[in-house]
Design a protein around this ligand. Structure first.
Ligand code: ADP
Ligand code: ZN
Ligand code: ZN
Length: 736
């Protein structure tokens, strides 16, 4: 009985695989990475075969046979399988959930993995022999026929250049016809590449491009640090050209909201080949089709958001991550992976280059570049006209505030509106841990043990230090100037939107945040309206900083900069600086230079000064030094364990016992472990459940992960485990 037992990964939250019997007739044909239908308890599930073996630790007669084999060809090939196995181990996430998140929804449901036909157009016999001159008066028809006389073309590619009427016109003349083709497994597209509208690279660009071209056949990570508009995308385009020419595929990752039709058409236009697109707004059918075609090799370029990092390819030759600092690359639930880290691993396994690009690189990548683990390139010059944004800080201390705005700010807004320009008001809604601040003198309540701002927890009437775990009751007055005018940061801005409309009734205000913009089409509509000047006041959150240009915005107001400066979440300052820099790079134009006003109780804060005078690059390097002194990532490694329960005590006790056993067990290699907590989560209670968290931190990644692995077994069998919902977040990006 050789290999008659299958190990199957199932989409259940258990950290193990399950044994099933393999019918004898299938033993020789079943592949690792193929889907099988099985009975699991009373349910029917779709699982993925992860191993075959001849013996089981269970009694053979207790094992059930699989119900059905669904694939002849594995849906997860060997390379992806290796990657996903790594992800399951690294993120300490059940393999069944990892493997099934990586395949399209329709395959997850067990539907057949058949490749649908695509619509192609070709010239008929009449069309082939037709005289092109006869179409002189219909230039577009003439162009299309000429193109099709050279060979058939997929409709999706032609649609960009030719309207439906052109097709109808030629079809009526019986010159062209459409047909359904199941694309062969091929890199056919490589023969059709026509490089068009390629500008001469600038000197700076040329240096990067030629360095990249010298190393296309082996693993490397390159960070391109270049200001907005410095031509990073142009560098990507020229760097992938030789790769595509060899019939090798390229994957481009972009932030959630940065995937615009313009981005796609820029790649499409340059190479005249079809570009596969993957994002959350697509139907399951559309996703499956791109997934299948990338796997079969008939798409040269795939552009997608975070989860596109799992796309299978026939032959992948390069991965590019644009705006690599963007927080949408980190998945916030389920398998909490970071697409950048997945991409590094994938590139390493395939031995191919990875390009990271950003105007405001993450401290992680910057650190890796400075440690020479990544190659580092800088683009200083802007292609086209330079922009100058003038920065001003506005002191909020003792100012009478209206909806969080100081009189000086309101005056500025009025002034810019009266000039017929647009004003962008930026509100931080990242869910900062609110620090307690004195409006009179600007003093922020700091933990006496570690000098970091306390976080206010309203429900408990307490201040907690999320750095060392210390807590105390809420003070009634400022410990510096004894004023009673103390409040958590960021208060008073909730009604900003209505307030603005009241203050400026003759202007149209529009709010742009991820809630109102859930549908992509709606966002594009609103961006068009803004472009055409329909709204004058734009109130927005983080979403505004992602890839959109606002040429008529001449004033940007950042309402609450202190929230980020004094957050327990040490990433806040980095993210705020990225945002400010990104927005400054996208507002205004040469003929209409912009201003940015930052409201703060600490206008002279060294970090603000550094950012405004020396730019993001300098600021980020300062911040790295601070992180190093404080022993925070990327100089140490963190794991966040979240727990929530209907009974308040259950989640707390669960984490407490976990915290104790972490503290009692020494780490390997004499690494030290800091276990901070359990602390109330920033949102202490949600949907009737109490939420707590435990932060684990160590300077050694491997020992930390090893300790976590040991504790996970204990967590699963913990007496409180049934009452508590808990999750593990490796390299957490957010702390609420
Ligand atoms: P980034 O990706 O850094 O924001 P882009 O590649 O989009 O920059 O370039 C900004 C603008 O400058 C684009 O309109 C692009 O077409 C143009 N551009 C970039 N490089 C060149 C070049 N070498 N010659 C002419 N125009 C360029
Ligand atoms: Zn402290
Ligand atoms: Zn004070």
């Amino acid at each position: 009985m050789a290999n008659s037992i299958l190990e199957v990964a199932l989409p259940v939250p258990m950290r193990r695989v399950f044994d099933y019997l393999c019918p004898e007739s299938l033993c020789d044909v079943i592949n690792i990475g193929s889907r099988v239908a099985v009975s699991f308890g009373h349910r029917q599930l779709i699982g993925i075969v992860v191993a075959t073996k001849s013996e089981s630790e269970w009694q053979i007669d207790k094992l059930k046979p699989i119900r059905k084999l669904l694939d002849d060809e594995p849906v997860i090939d060997e390379a992806l399988f290796t990657l996903l196995n790594w992800a399951s181990k690294y993120y300490h996430h059940p393999i069944g959930e990892v493997l099934t998140t990586a395949i399209p929804a329709r395959l997850r449901k067990g539907e057949a993995n058949e490749r649908p036909g695509l619509t192609y157009w070709q010239a008929t016999d009449e069309g082939m022999s037709a005289d092109l001159d006869s179409l002189k008066r219909a230039a577009k028809q003439q162009q299309l026929l000429q193109k099709l006389q050279q060979g058939r073309q997929p409709e999706s590619l032609l649609r960009e250049h030719y309207s439906p009427q052109i097709f109808t016109g030629l079809r009526k003349k019986a010159f062209i016809e459409s047909l359904q083709v199941i694309p062969a497994l091929s890199c056919d597209w490589a023969q059709h590449i026509e490089v068009s509208d390629k500008p001469f690279a600038s000197k700076e660009q040329a240096v990067v491009i030629s360095a990249l071209k010298q190393q296309t056949q082996q693993f490397s990570v390159s960070l391109i640090e270049g200001v907005t508009g410095s031509g990073k995308t142009e560098v990507y385009l020229q760097a992938i050209e030789p790769i595509l020419m060899q019939g090798v595929q390229v994957l481009v990752l972009v932030p959630e909201i940065g995937l615009t039709p313009q981005t796609v058409s820029r790649f499409q236009h340059r190479f005249q080949i079809e570009v596969g697109v993957l994002h959350s707004g697509m139907t399951d059918n559309e996703r499956l089709s791109v997934w299948q075609r990338a796997k079969a090799g008939d798409l040269g370029i795939v552009i997608g958001t975070r989860s596109a990092v799992f796309t299978p390819f026939n032959k992948l030759g390069m991965i590019i991550i644009d705006e690599e600092h963007d927080s949408s690359y980190k998945q916030a639930d389920g398998l909490r992976y970071h697409a950048r880290d997945m991409a590094v691993m994938r590139a390493k396994q395939l031995n191919i280059p990875l390009l990271l690009g950003s105007a405001t690189p993450s401290l992680e990548s910057l650190h890796n570049a400075r440690q020479k683990r990544y190659r580092h390139f800088q683009l200083h010059q802007r292609a086209g006209n330079a922009l100058h944004t003038h920065f001003h800080t506005l002191d909020l201390r003792q100012q009478p505030l209206q909806f969080g705005l100081a009189p000086g700010t309101i005056k500025q807004i009025r002034h810019h509106l009266e000039q017929g320009n647009q004003v962008l008001i930026f509100l931080n809604r990242r869910g900062y841990a609110p620090a307690l601040l004195c409006h009179e003198c600007g003093h922020v309540e700091l933990c006496g043990h570690c000098e970091r701002p306390y976080t206010m927890h309203k429900q408990m009437n307490q201040l907690h230090c999320h750095h060392c775990g210390h807590s105390k009751g809420l003070p009634r007055q400022c410990s510096e100037c004894h004023s009673k005018d103390i409040a958590p940061l960021g208060m008073g801005t909730e009604q900003l939107e209505q307030g603005i409309q009241q203050m400026f009734p003759q202007y149209s205000a529009i709010r742009i945040d991820s809630d109102t913009m859930r549908a992509k089409s709606r966002l594009n509509q609103i961006l068009d309206d803004i472009q055409s000047g329909e709204h004058q006041l734009l109130i927005g959150t983080q979403i505004l900083a992602k890839g959109h240009h606002f040429p008529n915005v001449t004033l940007v107001v950042v309402v609450d900069i202190d929230g980020a400066l004094f957050s327990a979440d040490y990433r806040s300052a980095e993210q705020l600086a990225q945002l400010i820099t990104q927005i400054a790079g996208r507002a205004g134009r040469a003929s209409k230079p912009g201003e940015m006003w930052l409201q703060s109780h600490h206008p002279g804060h060294p970090l603000i000064e550094d950012l405004l005078h020396n730019g993001y690059g300098h600021f980020a390097r300062q911040l790295l030094l601070e992180r190093q002194h404080a022993n925070l990532p990327p100089f140490s490694y963190q794991v966040l364990i979240r727990a929530e329960s209907a009974e308040k005590q259950a989640a707390y006790d669960f984490l407490l016992s976990l915290c104790r056993s972490f503290r009692e067990t020494p780490l390997q290699d004499q690494a030290t472990l800091q276990a901070i907590g359990p602390l109330p989560a920033l949102l202490e209670k949600r949907q009737g459940r109490y939420r707590f968290q435990l932060i684990l931190q160590s300077q050694g990644r491997a020992p930390l992960h090893e300790a976590l692995q040991r504790q996970l077994a204990m967590m699963e069998s913990h007496p409180l485990a049934s009452k508590v919902r808990w999750s593990v977040d490796i390299d957490p990006q957010e702390f609420y």
